[in-house]
Design a protein. Structure first.
Length: 285
């Protein structure tokens, strides 16, 4: 382990153990004392686990010794295309701070506040293009099977069950129509990830119900600010259902046509963009 890797490990330990108390003052001092060159800041930004604490990333983007290459790397790691549907300066639902970082970097590039250094960065591999709004065409193909029924009022009722009771209800479900109805009513439940997992684990899960579940999961997370491809990356259950559908793990059962489902309208329509990413930020630095 070299010196900079040791510094990284020490900082991660302090953050995870709560020694820095998630305050800007203590974290900024840590950066000034330990990561006090543009190269060290770049190494930190490139290797930091954003799930530990995004404050570190924000402070790097605000640092007077942050290089242009480092700022550009952070910008693309924050997946800016996900936020072009929101007006700059507005509040974003379910945002952990990425949008603020994106705005900071945009503003500091405008005023030429980042350092010109020998550090290089090519955004090509980190750019999540407009595909963030796209859904795999394979997931749009209708599945043949039998017709079923939906009773929204009943789903609303079971969505109020205690979590343990709800798990038993879904895992022990012996009615394919009932299981499909729960998938259709996914938006009524507080924890879509758990409900989705219990549905897919049920032996009655079938291709139509799984496809319906996939689309309802995307809709559930869209309402919380996540575009389809971002949902796939962030929430394991979405990727799991997708992989099982692609691998043809489910038998034929319930009929379902995603393109004929009116609830999918918002998913199939690309959101209007409120701002554009400057072209120079798409080029290597």
């Amino acid at each position: 382990m070299d010196a900079k890797e040791k510094l990284l490990d020490e900082l991660e330990d302090k953050v995870v153990n709560g020694e820095l108390l998630n305050t800007d003052l203590l974290m900024r001092k840590e950066l000034q004392d330990k990561f006090n060159t543009p190269l060290l800041l770049h190494f930190l930004a490139d290797n930091w686990n954003w799930d530990n604490d995004i404050t570190i990333i924000r402070l790097i983007s605000e640092s007077p010794i942050c290089s242009k290459a480092t700022a550009l790397m952070i910008f693309w790691l924050a997946q800016p295309y996900e936020y072009t549907q929101y007006t700059l300066g507005s509040k974003v639902p379910y945002d952990n701070g990425e949008f603020k970082i994106i705005e900071t970097i945009l503003n500091r590039f405008k005023t030429d506040e980042y350092l010109e250094t020998s550090i290089s960065y090519n955004p090509k591999n980190d750019m999540l293009r407009d595909g963030s709004f796209e859904i795999d065409d394979k997931m749009k193909i209708a599945v043949d099977g039998v017709d079923t029924w939906v009773h929204d009022e009943y789903i609303k009722k079971i969505s109020s069950y205690a979590i343990s009771e709800l798990e038993r209800e879904i895992r022990n479900c012996k009615d394919i129509d009932y299981l499909n109805m729960i998938a259709d009513g996914l938006l009524y439940f507080d924890d879509a990830c758990k409900v989705g997992k219990w549905i897919t684990d049920n032996p009655l899960s079938n291709k139509g119900t799984a496809l319906l579940l996939y689309w309802r999961l995307l809709l559930y997370f869209q309402k919380r600010g996540f575009m389809p491809q971002e949902s796939m990356k962030r929430f394991q259950i979405v990727q799991e259902v997708y992989d099982k559908l692609i691998s043809n793990c489910f038998p034929i059962g319930i009929k379902y046509s995603p393109l004929n489902d009116p609830k999918n309208k918002s998913l199939l329509k690309k959101p209007k963009t409120k701002w554009s990413i400057p072209e120079f930020m798409k080029q290597p630095m």
